[in-house]
Design a protein around this ligand. Structure first.
Ligand code: UD1
Length: 344
């Protein structure tokens, strides 16, 4: 019998790609999603790619009753991958209570469910945002955690602490915390991808929309940083690569191979890419021009961050593999698909 995994936020950008990779790896996937920042049609895309339609519950993970009812209905579950969370940094500054309530209540409900329903493993999606402006790059998992610069970032830090504290009580399941660097891209089939609502805040969705003429031009936030070309440096990780890391993490826990109750892994490529490099590589990969202008720095931006993924390479047996050009071409194909469908 296949192991069953609950994917909260499974209709979202990273969640949907992870669903595909889990199904490809032989897991049976059950999605919990309140559709607050996603569409149910994503499930059609997943089915087109894998030939399997995941079970779907439109529930909010802050509703413990609904979560427990769904667990009861589904029978034995091996693990949870908990993505469901609000993720807009700017919005979190204006609506901190919403962010703390959504992101932390849902986490606590899922942790208690993991214990009460005898799961083996719990994967939590954290972020390199916990490292703040790092003292040195590449950052490894032992780098100090810096004070968060937004309520969103703080929810990730607090969530990590909650998981750690709960595991210390001697619960039966293991946890793996994955710290993502900058996830980008789309499935090569163009059946699933990122669906930004309103004006995109992240770089690549904006680049795609500027290339398509939906936005007049990309604003490059600062060219006077202390980097090779003056623009900020990030570690852009392909979403399929990222999704595969979740499969490795679950395999480790389901097979009882965890060395610690809570393990932490950086998920990045190990390479820093500047804003200008990303834009130029996008133009090379797609042959499409990206209109841009340089503007002032964005408040709160970090000059340079990229991760050291050796721990994930060595212990999880995971490595980022998709070349940046291919990732950017996939994102563009998805953007073209959205235009064909008249979505944007
Ligand atoms: C942001 C979040 C981070 C989150 C990550 C997810 C902040 C402070 N941090 O990180 O918590 O985990 O997204 O991917 O928002 N840029 C432009 N023009 C644009 C948009 C971005 O030049 O229109 C630049 C930014 O200045 C930055 C780089 O592109 O240097 C990447 O920006 P973005 O995609 O927003 O990601 P992060 O800021 O790294």
């Amino acid at each position: 019998m296949k192991n069953k995994i609950v994917l909260t936020g499974g209709c979202g950008f990273i969640g949907s790609h992870t669903c595909v990779e889990l199904q490809n790896a032989g897991y049976d996937v059950v999605i919990f999603d309140n559709l607050s920042n996603s569409e149910a049609s994503v499930i059609d895309g997943i089915e087109k790619i894998t030939g399997i339609r995941p079970a779907f519950y439109q529930i909010d993970c802050t509703d413990k009753g609904a979560v427990y009812q769904a667990f009861q209905q589904e029978g034995p579950i091996a693990g949870v991958v908990h993505f469901a969370a609000s993720k807009a940094v700017g919005e979190s500054v204006h609506k901190p209570i919403l962010y703390y309530r959504n992101n932390l209540t849902s986490l606590m409900n899922m942790l208690e469910a993991a214990q009460d329903f005898h799961l083996k493993g719990f994967v939590f999606s954290s972020s390199c945002t916990v490292y703040g402006e790092p003292d040195s790059v590449p950052v490894d998992e032992t780098a100090p955690i810096k004070p968060a610069t937004s309520p969103y970032g703080n929810t990730k830090q607090i969530a990590e602490e909650i998981i750690q504290d709960y595991e210390h009580t001697g619960v039966d399941f293991n946890a793996i915390i994955l710290r993502y660097f900058n996830p980008i891209g789309a499935h090569p089939s163009a059946e699933i991808g990122e669906l930004p609502r309103g004006v995109p805040q992240n770089l690549l969705p904006y680049v795609c929309q500027a290339a398509m003429g939906i936005r007049k031009e990309l604003s490059v936030f600062g060219d006077d940083y202390n980097t090779a070309d003056g623009s900020c440096v990030r570690d852009y990780i392909d979403v399929i690569d990222l999704a595969k890391a979740h499969v490795c993490a679950l395999n480790r826990m389901v097979e009882g191979k965890s060395a610690e109750k809570v393990e932490y892994y950086n998920l990045g490529t190990g390479h820093g890419v500047s804003v200008f490099e990303l834009v130029n590589t996008f133009m090379e990969a797609t042959g499409v021009k990206v209109p841009y202008k340089v503007v002032g720095r964005r408040e709160g931006d970090i000059e340079r961050i990229y991760g050291n993924p050796s721990h994930a390479n060595e212990v999880l047996g995971w490595k980022a593999a998709v070349p940046l050009k291919e990732t950017l071409a996939n994102a563009w194909r998805w953007q073209e698909k959205l235009r064909e469908k008249g979505v944007m």
